[in-house]
Design a protein around this ligand. Structure first.
Ligand SMILES: [Fe+2]
Ligand SMILES: [Fe+2]
Length: 362
């Protein structure tokens, strides 16, 4: 973990970790989760079929190109947190807390794999990835501290509920979240490069090198999936489609809950999400022989239906009582119907490339 630099924080209030840690501890359908898996099964992976590409990727991770990147320097402009529009501040803090939780959830899973494993290839990989995610989470926490708040990561490790996923589901979910993380960070970075007046916080300047870490983590999972062709064929294609639909629609709902944040960035949420889906889908052709049809006439209406259902579920929860419960059930059913509608859109198919490896190109 990157310890915060004490000199940098001499002028700020002691971090209040109670509220933000409570935010990060919540387990809902939309919040980033903590995962656990069958570590022994993962330890049995044999990377021999992808050895040459594996060694190259591990060599790249070992060289640690971002070793000095996650430190504040003269590019870190001073932020007037007190002068920030209150609605934007709430959403931006929510964005930072949920990003920090997601980064840290990766760190916890990867570290656990490294700790429990005996397979030297697997342990080496997970050690490098845990190192990167700890830096990412620590850097976001550092940014939060300037606003007088932080997520208590040690507490989170103990208090957060862990969701068990079989190793193959960890591959699909984690591969996707690494690649979508890359696509999200690079899309914001390129947008702000062209529109610097919308860069309302310096952390966005760090996104380019940052997303290269996520890209190579995704590459590692792409190689792991290549060791066993069964993972990306047959009945598993239905699981892959399930994860793609779940990850994309969750992102849509979560982003639409932050209108002020995206307005400040000068980004239309629908455009941004479609752009991220497009980049992720293009990259994922390296591993998945199917792709969601995000230009299908039912795609956007389905996502919008899903969003309305989640907004209604949230309102029902706030209302409480029997009336709230009933409305909550109705909304949950509507969300399920919306999900089924999205899931039944026919996929696009293609054959997998012989060479799985990619380089970040956006
Ligand atoms: Fe990360
Ligand atoms: Fe990552």
């Amino acid at each position: 973990m990157n310890a915060p630099n004490p000199e940098m924080h001499a002028d700020i209030l002691p971090p209040d970790t109670t509220d933000t840690t409570a935010m990060a501890t919540q387990t809902t359908l939309l919040n980033p989760r903590f995962y656990t898996t069958d570590f022994d099964e993962m330890d049995r992976i044999d990377v021999t079929p992808v050895r040459a590409e594996w060694d190259k990727l591990i060599g790249q991770m070992k060289s640690d190109p971002n070793k000095g990147h996650f430190k504040k320097n003269e590019d870190w402009d001073k932020i007037d947190w007190d002068g920030m529009d209150p609605a934007l501040k709430v959403e931006f803090i929510d964005f930072l807390v949920s990003s920090c939780t997601a980064e840290f959830s990766g760190c916890v899973l990867y570290k656990e794999m490294k700790r429990r494993g005996n397979n030297p290839d697997i342990c080496e990989l997970f050690n490098f990835m845990a190192r990167d995610e700890a830096r990412h989470a620590g850097f976001i926490n550092d940014a939060l501290r300037e606003a007088g708040i932080a997520v208590n990561l040690g507490f989170l490790t103990k208090a957060k509920k862990y969701t068990y996923f079989r190793p193959k589901f960890i591959y699909y979910a984690t591969y996707l979240s690494e690649k979508i993380g890359y696509a999200r960070y690079i899309t914001i970075f390129r947008h702000l490069e062209a529109n610097p007046d919308h860069r309302f916080h310096p952390i966005f300047k760090w996104f380019k090198e940052w997303c290269n870490d996520e890209f190579s983590h995704g590459e590692a999972f792409a190689l792991l999936m290549r060791t066993d062709p069964k993972l990306t064929s047959g009945i598993n294609l239905y699981w892959i489609k399930f994860f793609l639909t779940a990850v994309y629609s969750t992102m849509w709902v979560r982003d639409h809950a932050r209108p002020e944040f995206h307005k400040a960035l000068g980004v239309d949420i629908g455009w941004y999400d479609q752009e991220v889906f497009r980049k992720t889908s293009t990259i994922a052709r390296q591993s998945f022989p199917i792709e969601l049809d995000i230009d299908h006439p039912r795609w956007i209406p389905g996502l919008e239906r899903m969003n309305r259902a989640f907004v209604a579920m949230d309102a029902a929860k706030h209302q409480g009582g029997i009336g709230g419960k009933l409305k909550g059930w109705v909304a949950a059913t509507q969300a399920l119907v919306a999900f089924v509608g999205l899931y039944t859109i026919p996929v696009k198919r293609h054959t997998l490339p012989v060479n799985v490896r990619l380089e970040p190109s956006y």
